[in-house]
Ligand binder design. Structure first.
Ligand SMILES: [Zn+2]
Length: 264
């Protein structure tokens, strides 16, 4: 009797696990580019993009891919002048904030004046920035460019604020892959999103409502940027378990302003 009850409970618990929590488990030892420690990367859900986390700093694969790309492309990143738009409280943002000698973070607060400081963070709209030309060695954005209403203006503005030889290094979900980029939403007369397809929102640390998805990018994002700026553009795709980097949609784009003649 006792044994039957025990096996019944075991079956029940297993059932709950398999149906609700799932049995997926993936663990990998490696070096985290964001917290710079030997850690375990652990996922309990097969959607690695959001669930393959660093055991020490909780960062996710696209943040590690972004930080590793910054380190690979600009090994002297700590000495560079960096602007990050809409940083988070995890991953590359934490390391940049801690170790970069010159790190400026900005957020777009719709009701604040552009260029003013709100709780220590500068208010900036990527489409119309108040920074002078040629200010930054690096501009960093992480899953921001799919929420911009006028990405042509945003890329032009980012390009304008880069020093020659500098780059905008960013993650953006290229969900359309080989299919052409689609505009997903435009701004209506009241500044609200008017979706052209099924409404889509992503979490936003500074807005409870979230951020509307305005663009479904394809690999032709490279052509889009080249059409609107004189940047050299490449897509970096990393699959590198020794750095905990494996997931769908973690391409990193490097949009570089050409160096002046004779500059290294
Ligand atoms: Zn970490």
């Amino acid at each position: 009797m006792k044994k039957t009850l025990k096996s019944y409970i075991k079956r029940k618990i297993t059932g709950i696990y398999e149906n609700k929590i799932g049995t997926f488990f993936f663990k990998q030892k490696g070096f985290c580019p964001c917290c710079e420690k030997e850690v375990f990367f652990i996922a309990r859900n097969p959607w690695l993009r959001d669930h393959f986390k660093c055991s020490n700093c909780n960062c996710i694969p696209r943040e590690r891919a972004l930080m590793l790309t910054i380190k690979n492309e600009y090994p002297n990143w700590q000495h560079l002048k960096i602007h990050e738009s809409s940083p988070g409280t995890r991953g590359h943002s934490v390391l940049l904030r801690k170790k970069a000698k010159s790190y400026t973070e900005t957020q777009y607060f719709p009701n604040e004046e552009l260029g003013c400081i709100v709780n220590g963070i500068r208010c900036e709209d990527l489409e119309q920035q108040t920074f002078p030309d040629g200010q930054f060695d690096l501009v960093i954005t992480s899953d921001v460019m799919e929420h911009i209403y006028e990405p042509d203006k945003a890329f032009q503005e980012i390009y304008r604020t880069l020093k020659p030889g500098g780059a905008h290094i960013f993650s953006v979900p290229i969900i359309n892959k080989h299919n052409p980029t689609q505009r997903w939403a435009k701004k209506d007369a009241n500044g609200n999103p008017q979706f052209l397809f099924e409404p889509e929102w992503h979490g936003n640390p500074v807005s409870k409502k979230g951020s509307p998805v305005t663009m479904h990018w394809g690999y032709d994002i490279v052509d889009f940027i080249k059409t609107h700026t004189a940047a050299e553009v490449k897509i970096v795709y990393l699959d590198d378990l020794s750095h905990g980097i494996r997931a769908e949609y973690i391409e990193i784009i490097v949009m570089k302003k050409p160096a002046l003649h004779g500059q290294a």
